[in-house]
Design a protein. Structure first.
Length: 95
């Protein structure tokens, strides 16, 4: 079975209590499905990083794929590839 690795840092690491998790994926899965899996595995993420619908991120949270900060996974209907390393990033802003 294919899988992706989700890396947690900052707030997501504090909430989950782990550095990373390997998730199984199917060929038809999308990034939205990955978010759903994370919300199921770590329900404390819902309402803080994941929206109440359980399948989208709250603003300023995104997936960075294989360290490519210039092209975050913004289209949740795209499909992850086997072996991808996905960083769940929270961008904290303020003034």
């Amino acid at each position: 079975m294919a899988h992706v690795t989700i890396e947690f840092t900052g707030l997501s690491k504090s909430i989950t209590g782990v550095n990373e998790v390997n998730l199984p994926i199917n060929p038809t899965d999308t990034y939205r499905d990955v978010v759903r899996q994370l919300g199921t595995l770590y329900p404390a993420l819902v309402g803080i990083l994941i929206a109440e619908d359980g399948e989208t991120f709250l603003s300023s949270n995104m997936f960075i794929i294989d360290g490519d900060y210039a092209n975050p996974a913004m289209v949740m209907e795209n499909s992850p590839r086997d072996g991808e390393h996905i960083h769940l990033m929270s961008v904290i802003t303020g003034g």
